[in-house]
Design a protein around this ligand. Structure first.
Ligand code: BDP
Length: 478
């Protein structure tokens, strides 16, 4: 089984020059763009096999991932946080809040602690790029879990709750799990135990040589204790970073209480690498395409759904100019649909606080506001609950992805390239409405447009999709 490291992503830079997306200088880029525009409006013909269902797009596909340490500020996920509740509800009527991340190894169930009085309302935790440093413990108190329940009820969301593994005190973990399960009731989808155990050595949580075998022995001890106290609890795992071989081994060894397989992927990183650019983020990534095929095969063999429980554009908390700009919205939209097409059942973007890649920024006295990735997710909201069918376009120099769904019939087009294209539909089909995602430039941070408009008659069967924009077309059969 080939493994795939996110660090291997760096190797794909060379393959990208051909896409015209590698940034040389802004002058060279402008020249490339001007050239592309001269060849204006590349025609693309889309083929859709409406009777060939390949996957469903679950109602709860979309989610957000936060560091578990966020619970140490119990007013954050609470009924009082109306700004955040509103943004969650707009994103999805039935999303998933995944609590985990590196800092989930440093939370400590503290049933008797007084919640930390915060100096600012909604104190926010930004993803921490400092894996391996000595980190203080973050107390999780009963009030934080009760507040979380109210937050989940008000948003309509559910949660996947991460328990500590690396520094677990088993009795404490069992007590935490019991309180969480009893308090959250049906709002709790599953527990995870440990975050990215395949990086425990890298994060200096375990000595070199730590293997899947060592991890699974530890996982089994904590799982066994929690499952004994909560016989109907469901679990998800192994929540590894990238490594498909750990997912495969976990799937083979998992007890019946494991209801889903989970893992993480960051498209780029580290931020200091000059090769990590917006151009690279938007270019096709054959290594990742292969990775998700491998995952799909593992999931099918194990008869367990697979969920991308933590993802984003660039690890180590993201990169300014890449993770926080409109280009990342186009990346996110395409990425979500690529994973849905590969039968993945959840895509949860990691964030929190004012981190570069966070889908929602704010907290600690700052207002909550959507970032570009949020809009990429929002574009996909209208496809939730539909059935994905096979769609394709012939090979083209344009950097365009197409997806089609039915119930109702829609085509999603994501143009991540510098060429304007015109999408020609099949005979007898017409697109009457377009939900368009656009901005004045790829680097735009705040003025992102997501608007629905009727198409003009002359566009019904040949829909213009401008460069660096996306659209969901609603179809009518003539
Ligand atoms: C992941 C961790 C998460 C980090 C993120 C990052 O699970 O806690 O914040 O990387 O590097 O591996 O941004």
């Amino acid at each position: 089984m080939p493994t795939f490291s996110r660090r291997a992503v760096l190797a794909r830079g060379m393959a990208l020059a051909a896409t015209g997306l590698m940034r040389k200088s802004s002058f060279a880029q402008a020249a490339t763009d001007a050239l592309a525009r001269q060849n204006a409006q590349i025609p693309l013909h889309v083929s859709v096999a409406w009777d060939q269902t390949i996957s469903d797009v679950p109602e709860d596909l979309l989610g957000l991932s936060y560091e578990s340490s966020q619970l140490a500020a119990p007013d954050f996920f609470s009924a009082a946080n109306a700004g955040l509740i509103d943004l969650f509800r707009r994103l999805s009527p039935s999303g998933v809040l995944r609590l985990g991340g590196n800092l989930s190894e440093f939370t400590r169930w503290s049933p008797n602690a007084e919640p930390d009085p915060s100096s600012v309302p909604f104190r926010a935790v930004t993803p921490d790029p400092s894996a391996g440093k000595t980190i203080p413990h973050f107390p999780v108190t009963p009030v934080a879990i009760r507040n979380l329940r109210e937050f989940l009820y008000r948003t309509g969301w559910q949660t996947i709750y991460g328990l500590n593994l690396a520094l677990a005190d088993r009795a404490r973990t069992v007590a935490e799990a019991k309180f969480v399960a009893e308090t959250l009731g049906p709002r709790l989808i599953a527990f995870q135990i440990g975050n990215e155990p395949n990086h425990y050595v890298l994060n200096r949580l375990r000595p070199p040589g730590y293997s899947f075998h060592d991890y699974f022995a530890e996982w089994s001890r904590v799982h066994g204790a929690v499952a004994e106290a909560l016989p109907t609890a469901r679990f998800a795992g192994p929540d590894v970073a990238e490594d498909a071989s750990w997912i495969e081994q976990f799937a083979a060894a998992a007890p019946k209480s494991v209801a889903m397989l989970t893992g993480h992927h960051y498209a780029e990183g580290p931020p200091a690498d000059p090769n990590v650019t917006l151009g690279k983020l938007l270019a096709p990534d054959p290594a990742f395409a292969h990775h998700i095929e491998v995952i799909e095969a593992i999931s099918q063999k194990a008869h367990l759904p697979y969920l991308m429980t933590e993802t984003n554009s660039c690890y180590n908390a993201g990169k300014p100019g890449v993770s926080d700009v409109f280009g990342s919205a186009l990346w996110a939209a395409d990425y979500i649909l690529q994973l849905a097409q590969a039968k993945q059942k959840g895509v949860y973007f990691h964030g929190g606080g004012v981190g570069w890649y966070t889908p929602i920024t704010g907290g600690s006295g700052l207002p909550f506001a959507p970032r570009p990735v949020y809009y990429g997710m929002l574009l996909c909201r209208s496809l939730l609950g539909s059935e994905m069918v096979a769609a394709s376009i012939a090979a083209t120099p344009a950097n365009v992805s197409v997806y089609a769904v039915k119930h109702p019939q829609r085509i999603a087009v994501i143009n991540k390239g510098a060429s304007d294209v015109v999408l020609h539909l099949q005979q007898g089909e017409r697109a009457v409405q377009a939900l368009r995602l656009s901005a004045s430039s790829l680097e735009e941070k705040t003025e992102i447009r997501l608007a629905s408009q009727p198409l003009r008659r002359k566009e019904w069967s040949a829909v213009p999709i401008p460069s660096f924009s996306a659209a969901i077309l609603t179809l009518e059969l003539a």
